[in-house]
Design a protein around this ligand. Structure first.
Ligand SMILES: [Zn+2]
Length: 281
């Protein structure tokens, strides 16, 4: 496939931020930009959106490319697509998309959805990881015991479906969440849990590229721009939710954009580069 030359321009401001600050503030910035400029996005084929990045004023380094070249070296970095809160009604569609590109991703699953969908995730080579069973902040962050009771429930579910013990987890709200302070009776539960999960043999991942699909990004274009504009060298752990149809609809574009810009795609493994936020509670 031949794509005409485009300029991708990314903010030096954003690039200068640390991972944590970037993930929290960068998303806000991008969301605001998208929110205020979303109307300028015309209905065009997806790669035209590269021009929109420029329109959005995302500036600094230029990545020129001539299209997806089979000999292009994947040296820019790795993209770990991760999907939280499923499985849900759009997950099978997402699995079809991933299959068509032969891209493997990571699913942080809950107690919801069909067992068959989790089975399919596993059978098709994706990483099935744990996100808590209930995903209720008021329950899981009430105490350390409550958290592990809930985690064990989803761990059990996954093991029954796949036959394997999942060792990768993501905290609801991320390890940096402050909302847990509302429910933990002042014990600073994230400080405890972030250590205790490691003691119990789990590995946890946060993210350093937020699609904003659980916040202000409510269109496929906005999700795509938030992700594409914040890719950087090295490990890119992208947060999306497969319970959002418009977010799933952005995945094909994200993959083609990543491939065209020298990224490869991998599922998270226990020894993947550590991407974690700072703990705030
Ligand atoms: Zn979640």
């Amino acid at each position: 496939m031949k794509i005409r030359k485009h300029k991708l321009i990314i903010s030096s401001l954003v690039a200068a931020f640390g991972v944590t600050f970037f993930s929290l503030i960068g998303t806000l910035m991008a969301s605001e930009i998208v929110a205020s400029q979303a109307v300028v996005m015309p209905e065009r084929s997806w790669y035209s959106n590269y021009d929109d990045l420029e329109v959005l004023g995302l500036t600094t380094f230029e990545a020129n490319f001539d299209g997806i070249d089979e000999n292009f070296e994947h040296t820019n970095g790795t993209i770990y697509l991760t999907f939280d809160d499923g499985p849900g009604e759009y997950t099978d569609r997402l699995l079809d998309i991933l299959k068509s590109y032969n891209v493997k991703a990571t699913f942080f699953v809950t107690g919801k959805g069909d067992d068959a969908t989790i089975k399919r995730e596993y059978d098709e080579g994706h990483t099935v990881a744990l996100h808590t069973f209930s995903h209720r902040y008021d329950l899981v962050y009430r105490s350390v015991e409550a958290y592990f009771n809930d985690l064990n429930q989803v761990a059990e579910r996954v093991k029954n479906i796949t036959g394997e013990e999942a060792k990768i987890i993501r905290f609801p709200g991320g390890s940096s969440n402050a909302v847990s302070a509302k429910y933990d009776g002042g014990i600073r539960i994230m400080s405890i849990l972030s250590q205790e999960v490691l003691n119990r043999g789990y590995v946890y991942f946060d993210w350093n590229v937020a699609s904003g699909d659980a916040a202000s990004a409510s269109t496929s274009d906005a999700v795509f721009v938030n992700v594409a504009a914040h890719l950087k060298e090295g490990a890119n752990v992208v947060l999306q939710h497969d319970i959002k149809g418009y977010s799933v609809d952005a995945v094909g574009r994200i993959i083609e954009y990543g491939l065209a810009n020298g990224y490869d795609f991998q599922p998270l493994k226990v020894d993947s580069p550590v991407v974690r936020h700072g703990v705030n509670n």
